[in-house]
Design a protein around this ligand. Structure first.
Ligand SMILES: Nc1ncnc2c1ncn2[C@@H]1O[C@H](COP(=O)(O)OP(=O)(O)OP(=O)(O)O)[C@@H](O)[C@H]1O
Length: 330
């Protein structure tokens, strides 16, 4: 194989071709209807689900609520390393869309953000050998460290010039990246994140699509298809697995979109303030920069309560001086 023209081996099956057609159609339909475009809250919620799932895959034990609290700046009791993983991953996803998916420099920068204080080799390729283990058993021996820069450069240059559909390209990239295992630690997280970046270049929706949640639910299968692709020297099975996960994530999004209550911008703003806890009516008006109480009641508070999104802390005594409001826990 010539050095500068590495072509990863993969076989396209009928299932893969069909999935590409179905996903493309679904992306179109979901993008048109999606409240994600207009809702920073929804994008944030999905981003937090992505971060939680991607970290849970690598055994971080913090719950979705814990991860949400950490990202919202609240104090959470937990192992400092796990809390650091959340903060780093949040930061890395915040910067992700500004990176060039075909730049090795940008990939190293992203790894530094993701792994600072978690591994000694944050932001640089590994200097030693690395294997992937399932318990005690070695399931994948990565190529020697001295080959990593060359193999990664070849993969990047293939991805940059390759004209195949971005859905395929991003899955092949994810597989080849895991095969190389360029870093001492954080390879799973980086591979999943970089696939998101590649898909974002195709359709922006992917930046907020929590595919990792489904991968987490099917974690054993994720490992099995990676191992099968290794054995076959062909990433076809891995492509099919990831496309099914993407398809199912989009289906789930389409269904929640259908059932979602459409909220106004004002209700959205109120809910953003209430994410930080319980507030009185007066405090809410100050935070929202409102002076006119009837407007606050009519456009903000009453519709939010009517939609079942916000509740009183003392529902029995609506006019209580101690009355506060909070988000309804779903
Ligand atoms: N047989 C395999 N061949 C290649 N890569 C694999 C294989 N099995 C699992 N992997 C990948 O390796 C990742 C785990 O790598 P590793 O144990 O080095 O932890 P890590 O680099 O910290 O990544 P993670 O964030 O997933 O824990 C998995 O998430 C998966 O993407």
């Amino acid at each position: 194989m010539p050095n500068d023209k590495y072509t990863p081996p993969y076989t396209l099956t009928d299932e893969i071709i069909n999935l590409i057609a179905e996903i493309s159609e679904l992306v179109g339909a979901v993008t048109v209807k999606s409240s994600m475009e207009s809702s920073p809250r929804l994008r944030r919620e999905n981003r937090i689900r992505t971060i939680h799932a991607s970290l849970a895959i690598e055994n971080n034990t913090l719950s979705l609520d814990n991860v949400t609290d950490i990202i919202n700046g609240k104090r959470v009791l937990g192992a400092p390393g796990e809390i650091r993983e959340v903060k780093n991953t949040y930061e890395a996803y915040n910067l992700l869309l500004g990176y060039d998916p075909y730049s090795i420099n940008d990939m190293l920068k992203a790894h530094k953000v993701l792994m600072t204080d978690l591994t000694k080799e944050a932001g640089c390729f590994r200097s030693g050998g690395v294997g992937v283990f399932a318990g005690e058993q070695l399931v994948h021996m990565a190529p020697p460290a001295e080959l990593v820069p060359k193999l990664t450069a070849e993969l990047m240059s293939w991805a940059k010039q390759e004209k195949v559909h971005p859905l395929i390209k991003s899955c092949v990239f994810h597989y080849e990246f895991e095969f190389i295992h360029p870093f001492a630690d954080g390879n799973g997280r980086m591979g999943r994140m970089w696939q998101t970046l590649l898909l974002y270049q195709w359709k922006q929706l992917f930046a907020w699509l929590p595919v990792e949640t489904i991968i987490k639910e099917r974690q054993q299968e994720y490992y099995d298809v990676l191992a099968a692709a290794d054995r076959n020297s062909d990433s076809g099975v891995f492509i099919a697995f990831l496309l099914r996960a993407i398809f199912d994530t989009l289906k789930e999004l389409e269904e929640t979109e259908q059932g979602r209550v459409q909220v106004t911008e004002q209700v959205e703003k109120l809910m953003t303030v209430l994410r930080d806890g319980e507030w009185s009516g007066k405090e809410l008006m100050i935070h929202l920069g409102l002076k006119h109480r009837p407007t606050f009641l009519k456009n903000y508070l009453q519709p939010a309560i009517a939609l079942g999104l916000v509740e009183m802390t003392f529902p029995e005594t609506p006019n209580s001086k101690k009355q506060k409001y909070r988000l309804v826990k779903k």
